[in-house]
Write a protein that binds this ligand. Structure first.
Ligand code: NAG
Ligand code: NAG
Ligand code: NAG
Ligand code: NAG
Length: 343
């Protein structure tokens, strides 16, 4: 009797404990236009994945879950954006996938765009991967083609290492993490140094960075302004303070984590795709000239990394920088869709 009573008390405690954790929910109604400091309009309806993380904080990840625009092929493509990008930046490639029969899921990672901007948060690629796993599990998706760009490529690589049974095919598109920046000699700064540079971001600073890194040697097109302004409204928006701090922490994550040494254990078909003239190296701006000269040579290190992954293909898009999905959309879509449909 005593034992039964104890079990009953234990069960009651367990129920209380579990119900104290806000459950994972998907919110699809009454999503505000200005969501978490981003009043930029997305092309498809936005949903929110709400979950508890890190000291019981209630966090939201904004995402778009879009049905194919022709006969479904039964496949799901999940796209993860980079720093200075949002889920919406994938729109032209998303349309190509929708037209090929894919269900497309575009996510905003925590700390970015329309998702929460927690100021007390340990940003790790493992944690960001876990958040994405939570979202996919909650909406019943357990088999994906995962496409990550830049910072989102680093997340995608980590996600594929942690949850290989979910990732059928992996596309790493100008993915950070193929190079180990601090290991290459980039000085490691305090987050306050990065925060100060984040606070200086405005139209001019962002455009200058994007011209030099995303479209090096290419003319500035009016359509590129759209993507600068998408960021400008967040940097000047209702959560500017939280956003700049999250972005500083996010840069810290890139500088403190590595993934390249683990990539040889990837087993799924993997596409490593770059813009041939991509010059991006995180921290290059504050590195000594000798280090600056040594980093960001994607045409050298990216094929070498691809060669360490058993099931990989390497593609370099000529004449393009860090964002070929924007600067050479048709070729990019052809390369990625061509690869996913033949591997
Ligand atoms: C992609 O989104 C941008 C910004 O919302 C928009 O200006 C552009 O027309 C969209 N492109 C396509 C192909 O829908
Ligand atoms: C969006 O927010 C920015 C920054 O606060 C503001 O300048 C702009 O007018 C807002 N746009 C809309 C359509 O609300
Ligand atoms: C490459 O991937 C395919 C498809 O998943 C698989 O059948 C094959 O065994 C893999 N090859 C290697 C070398 O891992
Ligand atoms: C952390 C944060 O401020 N999250 C907000 C994101 O937007 C939703 C919807 O407006 C709010 O409920 C959250 O508080």
């Amino acid at each position: 009797m005593k034992v039964l009573q104890n079990i009953f008390v234990l069960a009651l405690q367990l129920v209380t404990f579990v119900s104290a954790i806000p459950s994972e929910t998907i919110i699809t109604k009454d999503i505000p236009f200005d969501l978490n400091g981003s009043n930029f309009t997305y092309q498809w309806p936005v949903s929110i994945y709400q979950f508890a993380s890190q000291n019981g904080q209630t966090l939201q990840m904004a995402f778009m879950d879009i049905k194919p625009t022709c006969a479904p092929n039964g496949e799901t493509a999940v796209f993860v954006h980079g720093k200075n990008f949002c889920s919406q930046t994938w729109n032209a490639t998303a349309i190509a996938f929708l037209e090929a029969g894919y269900r497309v899921i575009l996510v905003d990672q925590v700390g970015f765009c329309k998702s929460s901007k927690p100021t007390s948060y340990q940003f790790t690629f493992q944690g960001l991967s876990r958040n994405l796993l939570g979202l996919l599990t909650t909406i019943g998706v357990n088999d994906v083609t995962l496409i990550g760009h830049s910072f989102g490529g680093f997340t995608a690589a980590r996600f594929a290492l942690l949850y290989p049974w979910i990732v059928k095919k992996l596309v790493l598109s100008d993915a950070l993490g193929l190079e180990n920046y601090v290991g290459e000699g980039i000085p490691y700064p305090d987050t306050d140094y990065v925060l100060a540079t984040e606070r200086q971001n405005n139209y001019g600073a962002l455009r200058g960075y994007e011209q030099a890194n995303y479209y090096p040697g290419l003319p500035w097109l009016p359509s590129y302004d759209t993507w600068v302004n998408m960021l400008v409204v967040i940097y000047g928006g209702s959560m500017a303070k939280e956003y700049t701090w999250c972005q500083a922490l996010i840069t810290d994550t890139v500088l403190t984590e590595t993934v390249v040494y683990e990539l040889p254990t990837l087993k799924m078909p993997t596409l490593i795709l770059i813009g041939a003239n991509d010059p991006v190296a995180i921290g290059k701006a504050w590195a000594p000239a000798a280090v600056q000269a040594q980093v960001g040579h994607w045409s050298t290190f990216a094929p070498a990394v691809a060669a360490t992954i058993p099931n990989s293909t390497f593609v370099s898009i000529p004449g393009q920088g860090h964002a070929p999905q924007i600067s050479d959309t048709l070729v990019y879509n052809q390369e990625v869709l061509g690869w996913v449909t033949t591997h």
